[in-house]
Design a protein around this ligand. Structure first.
Ligand SMILES: *Cc1c(COP(=O)(O)O)cnc(C)c1O
Length: 429
């Protein structure tokens, strides 16, 4: 169990200094540590019930090499857009190891899934009608898992999950009221259920209770609707500690509590694939967002370090799940820090006061232009969940360090790549 203030690594990744990485690849830069991704995957894999398949939710970090690394370790892929599907396929994930989920799937996305034998997790009756229609047109039968919005709520850590009106899934009650659902669509074969209760869960007990209740729910639904349980997907939402009052999950404790529920379920349903979805947990720890300080200044008694990247690449740093700004763990990365620290506001290049990566962060008193500051635990929901096009800065470069080698896995946007899709009309003629 590590406090988020404890660095995941020193000023180097697998022996490669951040100074070298930022000089070679430039800033602003995302660096992902493949050893940390491997550790996160393996430490859960080692203790989780062996019958549970671990699916990586690409939403957390859709980089194709990150996906390929996780698949090489044994993770499967959960995708939510056509491009995420193509990403997983090009990363080498076999069709039988991909599931497509999302409340607003297009006919194109559904068609791609059905053509390639990808399991679809269906989120509404309307979508089910469309899947049936598309499958009939293709002369195939679609294997469909139903996403349920459970009636129950599980409380934990200030979050309440489930039991609320949602655009995701089909209400448990609506499914119970449709006992003939399996017979309504001749080109659909319903084959299981999924439920996802929420994100950023840091309580082993909440995850266990979620899992237990979902396993119980799907048994009841299966009986009532006559739907076979080929697949049961209990969601996930395992969190990462970001802030000083949080602690990381203890996967040994989690496994000890949750495994008996999987074991009992597996005993009653030996042929059912059990699935857990993991995004943030697998990649969150691995990432550092490195920005270079351009200017330091003072305003009305506060110190500001203005850097070359900001919330345009790391929106989560503005604050997640709270109105009070809480800082991600941050450090100076390019040189040994002197003993004196003072409070700095670390800001980016955007023309908005919200562009603050860290507010009143303790950083060296002598922080100066040219220094590199890293925002740690930033491997999940980084640039992918940020307004990367604001002020037309575009995507930062991304580097994956694995087995001691640093490799560029996404090149940085520039004016050409960004303007390439715009169309200039001449109004002077
Ligand atoms: C976002 C999402 C995930 C991944 O969530 P994490 O909190 O990153 O693990 C998994 N399943 C569904 C349905 C999601 O929407």
């Amino acid at each position: 169990m590590s406090e988020p203030t404890a660095p995941d690594h020193p000023n180097a990744v697998q022996g490669i200094d951040f100074t070298e990485l930022t000089e070679r690849f430039g800033t602003p830069l995302y660096v992902y540590d493949g050893e940390v991704i491997t550790r996160q995957y393996q430490q859960l894999r080692d203790v989780l019930h062996p019958g549970v398949e671990m699916f990586y939710s690409l939403k957390a970090n859709p980089n194709i090499s990150v996906c390929a690394l996780l698949n090489s370790l044994g993770a499967r892929a959960e995708v939510s857009s056509l491009t995420e599907l193509v990403t997983a396929q090009r990363a080498g994930v076999p069709a039988g190891q991909i599931m497509f989920l999302g409340p607003g799937k297009s006919a194109t996305e559904i068609t791609a899934c059905l053509k390639d034998g990808i399991t679809v997790i269906c989120e509404s009756f309307g979508e089910l009608d469309l899947i049936d229609e598309i499958a009939a047109g293709l002369g195939t039968t679609a294997a469909v898992v139903l996403r349920v919005n459970p009636s129950f709520a599980v409380k934990g850590g200030g979050l309440t999950m489930g039991g609320k009106p949602r655009q995701f899934g089909i209400d448990e009650q609506a499914l119970l009221d449709a006992p003939d659902l399996a017979a309504r669509h001749s080109s659909v074969r319903l084959c299981g259920f999924q439920a996802y209760m929420g994100t950023r869960i840091l309580s082993e007990d909440v995850i266990t209770e979620n899992t237990e209740r979902i396993l119980d729910l799907v048994e009841r639904l299966s009986e009532r609707l006559g739907v076979p349980l080929d697949v049961v997907d209990v969601g996930g939402g395992l969190g990462v500690a970001y802030f000083t009052n949080e602690r990381d999950l203890d996967v040994a404790v989690l496994a000890e509590r949750v495994n008996p529920h999987f074991a009992r379920f597996a005993q009653n349903h030996p042929d059912t694939r059990m699935v857990m979805e993991l995004g943030r947990y697998l990649v969150g720890h691995s990432g550092t967002y490195a920005v270079r300080v351009r200017y330091v200044k003072e305003s009305m008694g506060e110190r500001f370090a203005v850097a070359d990247g900001g919330t345009n690449h790391h929106m989560a740093a503005v604050g997640i799940g709270s109105f009070v700004k809480r800082n991600f763990p941050m450090r100076m990365l390019n040189r040994p820090a002197g003993p004196d620290t003072v409070r700095w506001n670390v800001t980016g290049p955007l023309c908005t006061p919200n562009d603050t990566l860290g507010k009143a962060v303790d950083l060296p008193a002598d922080l100066r232009p040219g220094d590199v500051v890293g925002v740690e635990r930033s491997g999940a929901y980084g640039p992918t969940a940020s307004p990367v096009h604001f002020l037309s800065h575009g995507y930062p470069a991304e580097v994956l360090v694995h087995k001691g080698h640093a490799r560029l896995v996404r090149s940085r946007d520039d004016a050409e790549s960004l303007l390439g899709q715009q169309i200039l009309h001449d109004f002077r003629a």
